[in-house]
Structures are given as structure tokens and as C-alpha cells.
Design a protein around this ligand. Structure first.
Ligand code: SF4
Ligand code: SF4
Length: 281
């Protein structure tokens, strides 16, 4: 979303216990500048709404076949099991395809909500927060949407505890502005090795490392917890993890958590018509 009153989201998770203190409502915003090869939310990466296809829901082209009549030529054929085989990435320019599928095998990923609607959703679970829980924004990179700041500001005005899960690859001004409205910051540092970072996430780590320095310098008392997903072949060697630990020590951050690698998101790549490029075993 380019305006600051709306959010493009792809999920809302209630009663979460792993995304900040207490019980939390997590709002997942779409759009991320990185392309981590292990990403378990590939549907979060695009800043646009897009189509996904769940083949298991297709009732078969002999019974239905509606999609083939409406999709661009050559993007849909009948598979050996009778179900539609769809090049969904090639179809995503026209979201109307989701409207014609009777079994919701084709759906749109991403929906727009206003900041007020988001606050109303968060308020529904206020009774569970008990002074500790609250709102967490995640993604994707939640701060890539200008509306994220408006949401955090509004939440603070309503005395709601706020947290962010950020990859750190975000404009420094926006990060520091957002931090003023944040009680907790979960900040990913994936690698301090520039070349490896580029190869595995598609981008340099320079902005991320300078952002965490700026964050710590500007808000020395803010609750900042760094997270590192430990990915085989990328950053799992002892010296690679030690280099991250040393970097954090050098800027005065000692809250550091390593997250285990998992492949829960692999099926989503197929639904988006994309390939998962890391080994799955
Ligand atoms: S419109 Fe939906 S249910 Fe019908 S053939 Fe296409 S994918 Fe299958
Ligand atoms: S930063 Fe997170 S959301 Fe973005 S590509 Fe990497 S794993 Fe996915």
C-alpha cells in the first residue's frame, strides 16, 4: 500500500504466544524487499495482491473447467488426475480468475484494511492481553508499508502494547519513527557476511547493520531482541554465528535468539507457481 491510512495484509493470527510478551494479535503485512531462499511466507513478499492455486481443492476440469475459458491462453491444462494444472504466476495479472473458481481452488492472497479496522480487530482480544500482550506487526517486512506507522501510533494512543518483527531492510527514518511507537522490537540479523547475505537474500546487509546501530544509538533503553534463523549452508557454522554474536556485543545488544530452520512453507511455493530453491531434507 502506498498511502498511510490503509494496510495490505495477508494474515491475522490471534492468541499468539511467540511474537512478543503475553498473548498477542499478529497482523501480517504484505511486501518485503528481501528474497530469502528459506522464506516460509513467500506470499508475503510481493507488495501486490496475487493469485494462489490449491490444486487439492479443484473439482476437476471435466466437471468445471471455468478457469481455462477465462485465463490467458496456454496457462491452464488438464493434469493426469483430471484437475487443472495452472501456471498461476502467469495468471496473477488478472485477479478475476479467483471469482470464477467455484471451489476456491484459486484465491487472492492479500486484502486491504484501514487502520481503524485493524485496531478494532486488535481490540477484540483486549481481555486476553492483561497489560502484557497486544499488537505485533509482522510480514513480509511490515515497515515497508507507510500505514504501519499510523497503525502503531494509533495503537499507542489507545494504550495497546506494540511489537514489530522486522528484517531491518527499511528506510532508516521510517524505522526510527516507528520505534517511537514500539514497546518491543524483534530484529533479524541473518549474516554479517556481505557476500553471503547477497547470495541468500538477494540484498546487501549494509542497510540492516547500519539500521540496528542507529536503532540502538537512538533508543538505548528500548527492548530490542535480535533473531537469527540458522540456515544450513548459509550461516550454521560456528564461526558465522560467532561473527553475529561479536557484532551484537560491539553495539551493546545481548538479547539474541537463534531460530531453527524449517520447511513448513515449501507447499506455498507450489501454490504461487514458484520453486523452492533450498534442499528440503
Ligand atoms: S475453476 Fe477452479 S474448480 Fe474449476 S477447473 Fe478451474 S481450478 Fe478447478
Ligand atoms: S525477510 Fe522474512 S519475509 Fe522477507 S523474504 Fe526474508 S524470510 Fe521472507
Amino acid at each position: 500500500m502506498k498511502d498511510d491510512e490503509h494496510l495490505l495484509i495477508f494474515n491475522i493470527q490471534k492468541y499468539s504466544l511467540h511474537d512478543g510478551s503475553g498473548i498477542r494479535t499478529v497482523i501480517f503485512l504484505k511486501g518485503c524487499p528481501l528474497r530469502c531462499l528459506w522464506c516460509c511466507n513467500p506470499e508475503s513478499q510481493s507488495v501486490e495482491r496475487e493469485l494462489i492455486y490449491r490444486k487439492t481443492r479443484c473439482i476437476g476440469m471435466d466437471k468445471c473447467g471455468l478457469c481455462k475459458k477465462c485465463a490467458p491462453l496456454g496457462t491452464i491444462k488438464q493434469g493426469e488426475d483430471g484437475k487443472a494444472e495452472i501456471d498461476i504466476a502467469a495468471c496473477t495479472g488478472d485477479l478475476r480468475l479467483a471469482d470464477i473458481c467455484p471451489s476456491r481452488a484459486i484465491e487472492i492472497e492479500g486484502r486491504e484494511i484501514t487502520i481503524d479496522e485493524a485496531i478494532d480487530i486488535v481490540r477484540q482480544d483486549e481481555v486476553f492481553y492483561r497489560g502484557k500482550g497486544g499488537l505485533t506487526i509482522s510480514g513480509g517486512e511490515p515497515l515497508s508499508q507507510p500505514g504501519a506507522i499510523g497503525l502503531l501510533k494509533k495503537a499507542k494512543e489507545e494504550f495497546i502494547n506494540t511489537a514489530v518483527e522486522t528484517c531491518g531492510y527499511v528506510n532508516e527514518d521510517r524505522l526510527l519513527t516507528a520505534a517511537a511507537y514500539l514497546d518491543q522490537i524483534f530484529f533479524d540479523i541473518k549474516s554479517v557476511d556481505e557476500d553471503k547475505h547477497r547470495r541468500f537474500t538477494g540484498s546487501s546487509n549494509a542497510l540492516i547493520l547500519s539500521n540496528i546501530r542507529a536503532l540502538k544509538r537512538t533508543y538505548p533503553d528500548k527492548a530490542i531482541r535480535v533473531r537469527t534463523p540458522v540456515i544450513p549452508g548459509f550461516n550454521d557454522k560456528e564461526e558465522e554465528l560467532s561473527a553475529i554474536e561479536d557484532f551484537l556485543a560491539s553495539i551493546g545488544i545481548n538479547e539474541w535468539e537463534k531460530l531453527p530452520y524449517h520447511t513448513y512453507g515449501v507447499g506455498k511455493y507450489e501454490m504461487l507457481g514458484r520453486e523452492y530453491l533450498l534442499p528440503t531434507q
